[in-house]
Write a protein that binds this ligand. Structure first.
Ligand SMILES: Cc1cc2nc3c(=O)[nH]c(=O)nc-3n(C[C@H](O)[C@H](O)[C@H](O)COP(=O)(O)O)c2cc1C
Ligand code: SF4
Length: 684
C-alpha cells in the first residue's frame, strides 16, 4: 500500500492558539475506569501512551475528573482535587509528548450524576433538587457557600493540571453541574442563577473567571457543552447555539466540543453515544452548524467510526478536530495506519459498546474485540515475532477464539493452519448478526479474516477434524477452539419439547404464533432471539429468573432491546423460572415456578418454548487428543499470569502441546474468547 496523500484533510495540522495539533484526530474524554485510588497510574498512562504512539494528535484524558469531594466518582473518575494527581499526570503527559501527542483533561463537578453513598458520603447537590433518573440520588439545592467552594475547587484543579504539564483542560457541561444551571429542565431556582440566559450562565462565568485567574490567559481552556438538549422544555437548538456564541465571543474559552442530547437515562445516553445498529455520525451536521454560527474552533465525537467520515467532517468544514473515541479503544493506531496507507487494516469499532457498559457495571472499559486495550502492560497491540523457533500450529475452529489465536500465532511467525467444520468462519458471531441491528459485529470476523489472508494463513472449511486428522498434520501445538453447543436449562420435564435460541437465530426453526422464551443466561443470545421473534410478528413472553432481564448485558445495550419489546408488545416476566414443559394437543404448556415462593406455579399455553442457557463445550476433540499430548491439556495459570512456560510436561514422549480456548472450555462471551486467543497465542 502506498502512503496517504499529503493533502489528506485529516493529516493537516491544526493550530489552536499557541498549540499545533499535528493532525485532526483526537480521542474525546472518557473514563475507562483504569484509575487506581483515584489516580492515573501505570495502566492509565500506558493506555494513553499507546494512542500517542499510534499517531493521534490530541488525547483528552480522564472522563469527568472530579474537582470536589462532594462529587464522588461514579465510574472510577480521577480525583483532580488531590495534589497527589500531579506527578502521575506529569508522567502520563511526558509519555504522550514523546510522540508529539498533546494531552488535555476534562474537569467537572458531577452534580446530581453520582451517588450519595460513596466515598465521603457527602450530600449530592445540584442547582435544584431534581433527581437524575440514571443515578437516582435526590440532590440538595446548592447554597451560596457551595457555589463559592466549587468555583474555587475548579480553579485549584485547573492549576494542578497546568502544574502537571498538560496542554489544556475542558469543562464538562452536559448532564453535570455546570449545564444544570443552563437547562430549564434542571434549574428551578428563584435567585440570580435562574431566569434570563445571562443568569443561567452566571455559574459558568464564575468558574471560567476563577480558572483564568488561576492559570492565566495562555493555558488552553475549552468546554464540552450541550448545544441542544433535543428534548421538550430542554435547551433548544437556538438557545444552545446562543450559549455557544456567548462563550465563544467572551474570549475566555479556546474551543467548543459539541454535544447534542441529554444523558439522564440510558435511552437518552444512547442518542448521545449511539451504539451498534444506530445511525453513524448523527450529530455531525449539527456540530457543523455550531461551528458555522460561532466561527470558533469546534470539536465533536459521536459515532464517527470510520476514517472516511472523519475525513468528510474536516473536508466539509464541519469540524476542526474529529473525536474518534471508541474507534481508538478498538484500534489505538488509527492514524499511523492512515499515514502508512494501511487504512483497510484498521481494526473496526463495531459499536458493541461493551467498553462503556462495563464501566457503568463497576468494571473497567474493555473492547469486545481488542483484548490489548487497557492491558498494555501485558498484551501488546503490535505483535512481535517470536525469538524462539517457528512452530507448526493447528487451530481447530474459526470462531472468535480460533481466529484470534491463529492471527496472533501467525504474527509471531509460526506456521498456522485452521480447520473449520462449517462452510464459513465466525462461530456464534454468525448467529448474533442474524439480528439485523447487530450485523456490524461481523467486522470482528471480517477484520481477522483479512489479517489472516495478509499473513498467508489457510483456513480449511467444511473440515470436521477428528484426532487422527489433526495428528496427521504433525503439529507442534494444537489449539482446540471448537466452541460449544446450546444446552437446556435444568427442567423437570420436557427437554425434548423446547428449541434453542440458536435454532431461532440460525433460521432452522421459524417462530410460532405464541412463543415463550426463557433466558437464564442473561446476555445477548436470548435477547437477540427475542428481538427476532418479536420482529417476526409472534406474540412473545420473555421469562427471566433474574430481577431484571439480561443482567449480563449493560444498560446501553439494554436500550434497543427494550425499545423493540415495548413497540412489539412483548410481555416481560421476571423473578420466574421455567420448571417444565408438556404437550397439550398441538400446543405446549410451560409451567413456571419461583425461587421465592416454592408453591408458586403458573401455566402458559403456547405454541413454542425457546430456551437460552448458554452452551456446553464441544470438547470431544480435546478429550481425544488430551492423553496423547505433552501437557495432557494442562496450563500453569500462575505462569500464564506472571510469566514463564505455561505448559507443564506431563507426557514427555508426546509430540504436541494441547491447548483449549474460548467456549470449548466453558460458555462465556466474545471478549473472553478473544482474550483467550491472544493471551495464549502470545505464549506459543
Ligand atoms: C468508556 C467510556 C467512558 C466515557 N466517559 C465520558 C466522560 O466521562 N465524559 C465525557 O464527556 N464523555 C465520556 N464518554 C463519551 C466519549 O467521550 C464520546 O463522546 C463517545 O464515546 C462518542 O464518541 P465515539 O463514538 O467516537 O466513541 C465516554 C465514552 C466511553 C466509551
Ligand atoms: S467494545 Fe465495541 S464500541 Fe467499544 S471500542 Fe470495542 S468495538 Fe468499539
Amino acid at each position: 500500500m502506498s502512503a496517504a496523500p499529503r493533502n489528506d484533510p485529516l493529516l493537516q495540522p491544526y493550530r489552536l492558539r499557541h498549540l499545533t495539533l499535528k493532525n485532526r484526530l483526537m480521542s474525546t474524554s472518557h473514563e475507562p475506569a483504569y484509575s487506581e485510588d483515584g489516580l492515573p497510574k501505570e495502566r492509565y498512562r500506558l493506555y494513553h501512551a499507546e494512542k500517542a504512539k499510534g499517531g493521534i494528535a490530541l488525547t483528552m484524558t480522564a472522563g469527568s475528573a472530579i474537582v470536589s469531594r462532594d462529587s464522588p466518582a461514579a465510574f472510577g473518575n480521577l480525583q483532580a482535587y488531590r495534589d497527589e494527581i500531579v506527578p502521575w499526570l506529569r508522567e502520563l503527559a511526558d509519555a504522550c509528548h514523546e510522540h508529539d501527542c498533546k494531552v488535555m483533561i476534562q474537569l467537572t463537578h458531577l452534580g446530581r450524576r453520582t451517588g450519595w453513598n460513596k466515598a465521603d458520603w457527602l450530600p449530592v447537590l445540584a442547582p435544584s433538587p431534581i433527581r437524575e433518573p440514571a443515578h437516582r440520588a435526590f440532590p440538595k439545592t446548592m447554597e451560596e457557600w457551595d457555589i463559592e467552594r466549587i468555583v474555587s475547587d475548579y480553579a485549584s484543579a485547573a492549576q494542578r493540571m497546568q502544574a502537571a504539564g498538560l496542554d489544556g483542560i475542558e469543562f464538562e457541561s452536559y448532564g453535570h453541574l455546570m449545564d444544570g444551571f443552563w437547562s430549564p429542565l434542571t434549574n428551578r431556582r428563584d435567585d440570580e442563577y435562574n431566569g434570563p440566559l445571562d443568569n443561567r450562565l452566571r455559574f459558568t462565568w464564575q468558574v471560567i473567571d476563577a480558572v483564568r485567574a488561576a492559570v492565566g490567559p495562555d493555558f488552553i481552556v475549552g468546554i464540552r457543552m450541550v448545544a441542544d438538549e433535543d428534548t421538550e422544555k430542554g435547551i433548544s437548538r437556538a438557545e444552545g447555539i446562543e450559549i455557544a456564541r456567548r462563550l465563544a465571543d467572551s474570549g475566555k474559552f479556546d474551543f467548543l466540543n459539541i454535544i447534542r442530547g441529554t444523558i439522564e437515562t440510558d435511552a437518552s445516553l444512547t442518542r448521545v453515544i449511539p451504539i451498534t445498529g444506530m445511525k453513524s455520525a448523527p450529530s455531525l451536521d449539527f456540530a457543523g452548524e455550531v461551528r458555522e454560527a460561532t466561527k470558533f474552533p469546534t470539536f465533536h465525537a459521536a459515532r464517527i467510526s470510520d476514517v472516511a467520515t472523519a475525513r468528510h467532517a474536516i473536508a466539509t468544514g464541519k469540524l476542526d478536530m474529529v473525536g474518534m473515541t471508541r474507534p481508538h479503544i478498538a484500534d489505538p493506531h488509527i492514524m499511523s495506519k492512515v499515514i502508512a496507507g494501511d487504512e483497510h487494516r484498521i481494526r473496526p469499532c463495531v459499536g458493541a459498546t461493551y467498553c462503556l457498559d462495563r464501566i457503568y457495571e463497576g468494571g473497567e472499559a474493555l473492547c469486545i474485540h481488542n483484548a490489548a486495550t487497557g492491558r498494555e502492560a501485558t498484551i501488546p497491540h503490535v505483535i512481535a515475532r517470536t525469538e524462539g523457533p517457528s512452530r507448526k500450529i493447528v487451530v481447530v475452529g474459526a470462531g472468535p477464539a480460533g481466529l484470534e489465536a491463529a492471527r496472533v500465532a501467525a504474527e509471531r511467525g509460526h506456521s498456522v493452519s485452521v480447520l473449520e467444520a462449517a462452510g464459513h468462519a465466525g462461530g456464534q458471531i454468525r448467529l448474533a448478526v442474524q439480528n439485523p441491528r447487530r450485523r456490524e459485529l461481523i467486522g470482528i470476523v471480517d477484520w481477522r479474516l483479512a489479517e489472516l489472508e495478509r499473513l498467508g494463513v489457510e483456513i480449511r472449511y467444511d473440515t470436521w477434524a477428528e484426532a487422527p486428522d489433526v495428528e496427521a498434520l504433525s503439529p507442534d501445538v494444537v489449539v482446540v477452539a471448537t466452541g460449544g453447543i446450546p444446552q437446556n436449562p435444568p427442567l423437570e420435564a420436557g427437554d425434548d419439547l423446547v428449541v434453542s435460541t440458536w435454532d431461532v437465530l440460525s433460521g432452522a426453526v421459524k417462530p410460532s404464533d405464541t412463543v415463550l422464551l426463557y433466558d437464564d443466561n442473561g446476555g445477548h443470545q436470548g435477547m437477540g432471539a427475542a428481538e427476532l421473534i418479536a420482529g417476526s410478528g409472534s406474540r412473545l413472553e420473555l421469562v427471566s429468573p433474574e430481577r431484571f432481564f439480561a443482567p449480563e448485558m449493560g444498560g446501553m445495550n439494554h436500550v434497543p432491546y427494550m425499545k423493540a419489546f415495548q413497540e412489539k408488545g412483548v410481555r416481560i416476566t421476571i423473578n420466574t423460572r421455567l420448571r417444565s414443559v408438556r404437550r397439550d394437543g398441538n400446543r405446549l404448556v410451560a409451567t413456571l415456578g419461583s425461587d421465592f415462593s416454592p408453591d408458586y406455579r403458573e401455566d402458559r399455553h403456547v405454541d413454542q418454548v425457546v430456551v437460552e442457557h448458554g452452551t456446553a463445550p464441544l470438547d470431544e476433540l480435546y478429550l481425544a487428543l488430551k492423553p496423547r499430548s505433552r501437557n495432557l491439556g494442562a496450563v500453569d495459570y500462575d505462569r500464564l499470569v506472571n510469566g514463564g512456560d505455561i505448559f507443564p510436561t506431563r507426557n514427555p514422549d508426546a509430540s504436541f502441546t494441547l491447548l483449549r480456548i474460548g467456549d470449548a472450555v466453558a460458555s462465556r462471551n466474545i471478549h473472553a474468547s478473544i482474550y483467550d486467543g491472544i493471551r495464549y497465542a502470545l505464549r506459543l
